[in-house]
Ligand binder design. Structure first.
Ligand code: SAH
Length: 197
């Protein structure tokens, strides 16, 4: 997966590639999809949601330009695979999922089974952010809002970076840099994510 889907398409962030070599993706996909765990596309995880294509997980993580000492807020825990990639690389991950069953399942897998000690889980609407732990060095949204939620910009540290798929039907991957309390945006590739509610 890492060679054929990530390196061959030009992804080269060493931390991201090492994390994805290490994490057992098959533990994150439901029983019915196990045979396709390392497949080059998204897979259903129940409740109408999906685990993103490995390439997209790697691509988005690379966009965040992580060094390792960051505090990251993730919106859309889903099955927790992207969460694990982040937790392998950075100091602390805060992740919010709106569907309780998915959030609890991910928490159980990541905390109990895989023993990650640097992930905090919350069930709720990620558009509100997580003010107790703000500001964050990085923010990543893995569901598509029509427009990047303003509250999340206010919880991004100055000098921080955010990445999200933005749009209703057609979505574009966006990256935002907060500099001197202003947001600079960069438009990247066309993508397809489940909507951010
Ligand atoms: N990174 C996840 C992506 C899951 S799909 C993975 O690879 O498994 C996107 C997730 O975002 C879904 O689980 C969906 O329930 C969740 N979501 C959608 N809107 C949300 C919101 N407003 N707040 C928190 N989570 C949200």
């Amino acid at each position: 997966m890492v060679d054929r889907q990530l390196r061959s398409r030009g992804l080269k962030d060493k931390g991201v590639l090492a994390a994805m070599l290490k994490i057992p993706r098959h533990l994150f996909v439901p029983e019915s999809e196990k045979g396709r765990s390392y497949y080059d596309g998204p897979l259903p995880i129940g409740k109408g949601q999906t685990i993103s294509q490995p390439y997209i997980v790697a691509y988005m993580t690379e966009l965040l330009q992580l060094k390792g000492n960051e505090k990251v807020l993730e919106i859309g825990t889903g099955c927790g695979y992207q969460t694990a990639v982040l937790a392998e690389i950075v100091d602390q991950v805060y992740t919010i999922e709106v569907i309780a069953e998915l959030g609890e399942r991910a928490k159980n897998l990541l905390n109990e089974k895989l023993c990650y000690a640097n992930i905090s889980f919350k069930v709720g609407n990620g558009r509100e952010g997580w003010s107790e732990f703000a500001p964050f060095d990085r923010i990543i949204i893995t569901a598509a809002p029509g427009k990047f939620p303003g509250k999340l910009f206010s919880q991004l540290k100055d000098g921080g970076i955010a990445a999200a798929p933005v749009g209703n039907f057609f979505q574009l991957m966006m990256r935002y840099f907060k500099k001197n309390d202003k947001i600079e945006e960069e438009t990247l590739i066309g993508v397809s994510f489940v909507p951010c509610v």
